[in-house]
Design a protein around this ligand. Structure first.
Ligand SMILES: *Cc1c(COP(=O)(O)O)cnc(C)c1O
Length: 459
């Protein structure tokens, strides 16, 4: 017992001493007691002291069927007995081929080619470079089309290219001199409409503005990048029904590629396998990561149409090659996990079973609107954002220094729930395998934590 306590103490010290945590103010991190996870099973995470927590954000939106999912464990172990890694640069491997075939079979019709990488950011980076290079060299390309349109409040990753098309001031403004210019359109953030309108009856003014932008810039724009249905990292902002389909139509009308960034929304989180399915949309390029390997290993894919792929074919000396490739691209272990991930969807009819959970979640979430400081509750499938505000009538925010969102998640931890806020939006995104009981606990703890923290703040 003593030895374990000592080991744990040392781990805590070394965590503070050696690790620079992402998106974390380290000055606070060292002061606040951290949680060090040692194990997981289903939707439960266990820390080094044996405390259990519900994994309320599916290990940052990645975990699909729960932790220690037998089928995925076995798939990775079996692959490990063959080979852990070999390169995809000019060489191939079995799981990468099998997965590419499988994913092309279930993604929107028209997407035929798979380019692997290892994170959402790289998948987006690849998409941007493909859309750019296509115009430079394809027979029907137009070298003047070099720019991108994206939405305010969008998030596409942390690398320089993906930040350039991102639209979250808090994360992105410090890097502005490093970025390439992109054209931003207002996002459909209906709770705080940029045009002061409200739905229904707004006539989707945001789309009219988008069309004006496309009309003015089509000659210099190669692609529009969009998170379909839900802008995740800015606080689960939901696009009104019909919005995405209209974006597709506008892209067609102005001869602009549509890049659908399904990194957050893909793999069942919206209730369908891919968010684009809700609006019957086929993008020209689609990016996948987060849930792709069931939350097991780093993997990402950028899918394109045959037309785009063909723009890169030519004699070697024409230099039409796509000069891009990360070292661990198409890693066999990750691809084996990704195959098993899809097999679980099929074998266990995951999406069918998910519908009752989504409905149950919806009913539980309705109660939250009664809380004084809950301004908006947004849900799409299993993805939820609860926006906390200081005043319901004015929609005034809490002062940033109050760190209300952060306090709520700290409170939730005390009661056995791990969640992570986006500013003052509380995010809930459990894995698809969560049970109704666990879902109830997740809602109960979240509700009580919001109530406790906001009452304490006011009192
Ligand atoms: C998380 C996310 C990314 C970036 O993925 P990483 O794996 O963190 O690089 C890109 N796009 C969207 C929509 C995301 O939610």
């Amino acid at each position: 017992m003593k030895a374990i306590e000592e080991r744990n103490k040392q781990l805590e010290i070394d965590d503070g001493k050696y690790i620079w945590h992402p998106f974390t103010q380290m000055q606070d991190y060292v002061k606040e007691e951290s949680i060090i996870i040692e194990k997981g099973s289903g939707c439960i995470l266990t820390d080094i002291n044996g405390n259990e927590y519900i994994d309320g954000v599916s290990s940052l939106w990645t975990n699909v069927h729960g932790h220690r999912k037998k089928k995925l464990d076995v798939a990775v172990k079996k692959q490990l007995d063959k080979i852990a890694h070999s390169t995809l640069l000019g060489l191939s491997n079995v799981p990468a081929i099998r997965y590419a075939k499988k994913i092309v079979g279930i993604t929107p019709k028209g997407l035929t080619r798979v380019f692997y990488s290892d994170s959402g950011s790289t998948a987006v980076e690849v998409a941007l470079k493909i859309a750019f290079q296509y115009q430079q060299q394809a027979r029907d390309g137009n070298p003047k089309k070099k720019k991108f349109i994206s939405l305010y409040n969008s998030y596409h990753g942390d690398t320089i290219g993906s930040v350039s098309v991102g639209g979250i001031g808090l994360f992105h403004s410090v890097y502005k001199h490093l970025l390439f210019e992109s054209i931003k359109a207002e996002s459909p953030y209906c709770y705080r409409c940029a045009f002061g309108k409200s739905r229904p009856g707004c006539n989707l003014e945001c789309l009219s503005r988008l069309e004006e932008i496309m009309n003015a810039h089509a000659h210099e724009v190669t692609a529009m990048v969009i998170e379909p249905l839900v802008q995740g990292a800015s606080g689960m902002l939901l696009q009104p029904p019909g919005y995405l389909k209209k974006v597709r139509e506008l892209c067609d009308r102005y001869n602009i590629f549509m890049i659908a960034d399904e990194v957050a929304v893909g793999f069942g989180k919206t209730g369908k396998m891919f968010a684009c399915e809700h609006e019957d949309v086929t993008p020209d390029i689609m990016t996948l990561a987060k849930g792709i390997s069931g939350g097991y290993l780093p993997l990402a894919a950028t899918l394109t149409t045959e037309k785009i792929y063909k723009g890169f074919l030519g004699e070697y000396e024409e230099l039409k090659t796509f000069f891009h490739g990360h070292t661990y691209t198409g890693n066999p272990l990750a691809c084996a996990a990704a195959i098993a991930n899809l097999e679980v969807f099929e074998e266990e009819k995951v999406l069918d079973k998910l519908q009752t959970k989504i409905e149950h979640f919806k009913q539980r979430l309705q109660l939250f609107t009664a809380l004084d400081n809950v301004g908006d509750v947004r849900q799409c499938g299993i993805m939820v954002g609860i926006e906390l505000i200081a005043d319901k009538n004015t929609k005034e925010c809490f002062p940033p220094g109050a760190r209300i969102g952060h306090r709520v998640i700290k409170e939730a931890r005390k009661h056995g729930l791990i969640i992570r806020p986006l500013g003052d939006v509380i995010v809930l995104m459990p894995s698809l395998s969560i049970s109704i009981d666990e879902l109830d606990r997740l809602c109960d703890i979240t509700y009580e934590s919001i109530r406790t923290v906001t009452e304490k703040y006011k009192g």
